[in-house]
Design a protein around this ligand. Structure first.
Ligand code: 8YV
Length: 321
């Protein structure tokens, strides 16, 4: 059997690199001296692409890979992949759903609690030696709040299940109401923000959701409102968020994701009423290993002729002869 050439755009989880190299011929675009020359020469032989959210897969790149069959992406979100172009080229795209759901939901709850009860700020207060002089100021509370979830998908539902145990009211907005949940549905995001005093963002990134959490939504969330984002920075109008935080239009924010990662606006870093995390929602040793295994399993299943394990809905696939 001829070797199967797999391209990686950037370094990935070490287990993924080892497993791909063990089974296939692995090429790394980030380590070749001249990526354009590499694509011209070897691009036509590439049959699989392994990638993560940090390395966009656009129409231009896909056009350089005419023999491509599969893009196996590390992560549940795939907004940096042009799935329409992939579908048009007959390329299947896979992501890594389910294996990270509980991990991200745990982190979302941690970030919510850290934000409302100011846990990092209290830690800083102690470490700075302020405790003997003054007790840490009283904080806002989660008690009595309504948490509005933007995007009640797999992760949104896992967050809602955890919130059930916290005894808070839960509401949600998404493309359509879901018959099998007891939570209040709001047909508009503005309506959800008006009804909530925590807005938890868990919807996918992409053109449909770009900037939907705007100045009007933040205004509707109100002066006791908290914004928590574990999805994509692109959903938030970051400039409007900074203005809202500076003006007291909302009370605070907990952010795991940003518009231009790893760049975080200095205005956010300067504020003490926000909790900032460097996109760590799924970043535990175990969960990242499970995500890596699923990337490799998708490639192996595809090239064994068993089809993809977790294809995204935008790229319907047909098994090749
Ligand atoms: C990862 C993520 O940080 O799954 C996602 O959509 O955002 C995270 O799990 C990212 O995909 C790593 O490339």
């Amino acid at each position: 059997m001829p070797p199967i050439d797999i391209l990686m755009l950037k370094a990935m989880h070490p287990d993924v690199m080892d497993a791909v190299a063990a089974r296939f011929t692995l090429h790394r675009l980030d380590t070749v001296p001249d990526p354009q020359a590499f694509l011209a020469e070897t691009g036509p032989r590439i049959r699989g692409l392994a990638t993560g959210a940090q390395a966009p897969v656009d129409r231009a790149l896909l056009a350089r890979l005419p023999g491509l069959e599969i893009v196996a992406s590390f992560g549940v979100g795939y907004d940096t992949i042009d799935t329409a172009a992939a579908a048009a080229q007959g390329v299947v795209v896979t992501n890594t759903p389910d294996v990270l759901t509980d991990e991200v939901a745990d982190l979302a709850l941690g970030l919510l609690l850290a934000t409302v009860r100011q846990i990092p700020q209290a830690d800083r207060h102690l470490r700075a030696g302020h405790w003997p002089q003054r007790t840490y100021p009283l904080t806002p509370t989660l008690r009595g709040r309504t948490v509005g979830i933007l995007g009640l998908g797999r992760i949104g539902r896992a967050i809602a299940r955890r919130l059930d145990g916290f005894g808070v009211a839960i509401a949600y907005h998404g493309r359509r109401p879901q018959a099998d949940v007891p939570y209040a549905y709001h047909p508009t995001l503005l309506g959800l923000a008006e009804a909530s005093d925590v807005l938890l963002v868990v919807a996918p990134g992409g053109p449909e959701t770009h900037g939907i959490v705007d100045a009007a939504v933040l205004e509707a969330l109100g002066p006791q409102g908290l914004l928590v984002n574990v999805a994509r920075g692109s959903l938030i109008d970051e400039a409007a968020l900074i203005r809202a935080l500076q003006a007291g239009t909302i009370l605070g924010a907990g952010l795991d994701v940003f518009a231009r990662e790893p760049h975080v606006p200095p205005a956010l870093v300067a504020m003490d009423h926000v909790v900032l995390l460097p996109h760590v929602g799924s970043a535990s040793v175990e969960t990242r290993a499970a995500m890596g295994r699923l990337v490799v399993d998708n490639l192996v299943a595809w090239f064994d002729g068993r089809g993809p394990l977790t294809p995204v809905p935008e790229t319907p696939w047909t098994a090749r002869a």
